[in-house]
Design a protein around this ligand. Structure first.
Ligand code: COA
Length: 375
């Protein structure tokens, strides 16, 4: 059979109009717009519209889109879903709760099995609105506290932080969170998006595709890396210990989370925004040491290995400065990436062909069957 690329490296599996990555120049575009410009001037809600519809919205379209994403009807969870959450062991990891909750939400969705574009957009609106409520509700329930009701007057970012802690976030925290959501919203054919597209390509529905995406995002080589970065920071403890710690880790040939990328050969363009915001937040909240530790780690890893920070290096420092528990970092990634996954499901359904690659078989071919009593 023909040659193959391990891990599908550099293999182009489809065309797409959603996201462009220039791995050599370190540029990332959503629908042709540079994320640097979107971070400066846009909001997560507007970026969601851009990803799903392919263009920036008019004022009227944006207002209607924000209204749908923030309405109580779309943000609140069915009471029966809260009852399901209450049945789960309190030690269940938030990412597992999110996967379970999104799967269960399909049972309550009026468009559940309808794959028409309009129905899929309605489901994407509901899921994007419900997932923050789900993640925040679990945080409260596992601490033995009642969930906080969504506030339709707040942005998705501010509402999530409010539901999580029960307190209105500072302006800087809400802004930082909004930017983090913009930066995580899409990233071409990354592992979780590919998983979502493979599921959608069987003509399965949006919820099933998003559950596939969540399962793939969870792993430490993908979205789970942000949690591992924070665990590294916790081990290093203080900035003065960072250089010796990371030099030893490199000497031990450890894989350093938050570095390296399949596509970028330079620093991930998202990292600089998260570094800046995590630095500001760290100063404001008295947790500057997180970024100080990461800056030393980044200097040494870049010098020694010529691999550079990716999106996961600084996001956790920002979330930790907001008081968010480490095991919520990957679910937070999913709250944003649901926008990209949904855009890709819409695109896949619009020009569908089953995704079904081949394997180069390397196993035996001439085994004669041996009956059980002769083995
Ligand atoms: N720490 C240490 N070495 C790394 C590394 C890292 N984070 N990332 C890559 N490398 C090294 C590998 O050891 C390998 O070296 P070798 O050729 O001497 O064996 C080389 O770089 C290529 O690595 P490979 O794992 O084959 O690259 P990939 O394209 O398959 O992997 C990642 C890409 C993202 C999975 C990889 O960089 C990684 O594991 N990073 C850490 C996890 C992470 O931050 N993930 C989030 C991505 S946004």
């Amino acid at each position: 059979m023909s040659s193959f690329k391990e891990g599908l490296e550099d293999v182009v599996v489809s065309t797409s109009e959603i996201c462009f990555i220039d791995g050599r120049e370190g540029r990332l575009l959503y629908r042709g717009y540079d994320v640097d410009d979107l971070v400066r001037s846009s909001s997560f809600e507007e970026v969601v519209y851009l990803l799903w519809h392919g263009n920036l919205p008019s004022r009227k379209d944006l207002d209607a889109h924000i209204k749908a994403l923030s309405s109580m009807a779309n943000r609140k969870l069915p009471l029966k879903l809260i009852a399901i959450l209450r049945q789960l062991p309190k030690k269940t990891a938030p990412m597992e709760v999110l996967r379970t909750g999104v799967s269960a939400l399909q049972a309550f969705d009026p468009d559940a099995e309808d794959n028409a574009r309009e129905a899929t957009v309605r489901k994407a609106v509901r899921l994007t609105a419900q997932m923050p409520t789900l993640v925040a509700a679990w945080e409260r329930l596992r601490r033995g506290k009642p969930p906080v009701a969504p506030n339709p007057k707040l942005t998705l970012a501010a509402n999530f932080l409010c539901m999580l802690s029960g307190q209105k976030p500072t302006e800087l925290a809400a802004k930082t969170f909004d930017v983090a959501l913009i930066l995580h919203a899409d990233h071409e054919f990354n592992a979780s998006t590919f998983a979502a597209r493979v599921t959608a390509a069987t003509l399965s529905d949006l919820h099933s595709a998003i559950v596939s995406g969540i399962g793939a995002l969870k792993g430490p080589l993908h979205g789970g890396a942000n949690e591992q970065v924070m665990r590294m920071v916790e081990q290093i403890k203080t900035p003065d210990r960072a250089e010796a710690w990371i030099r030893k880790a490199l000497a031990d040939k450890a894989r350093i989370m938050g570095f390296g990328h399949r596509v970028y050969r330079v620093e991930d363009p998202r990292a600089k925004h998260l570094r800046r915001l995590a630095t500001e937040l760290g100063r404001q909240t008295g947790s500057a040491r997180y970024v100080e530790i990461l800056n030393t780690v980044a200097r040494v890893v870049s010098e020694e290995k010529k691999i550079y920070p990716n999106v996961d290096l600084y996001s956790g420092a920002a979330y930790a400065s907001m008081g968010i528990p480490t095991d919520q970092f990957t679910p937070i990634f999913a709250l944003s990436r649901v926008a990209g996954w949904s855009a890709h499901v819409l695109e896949q359904h619009a020009h569908n062909r089953l995704i079904r690659p081949r394997a180069e078989y390397t196993g035996p071919t001439r085994h004669a069957y041996v009956p059980l009593d002769r083995r």
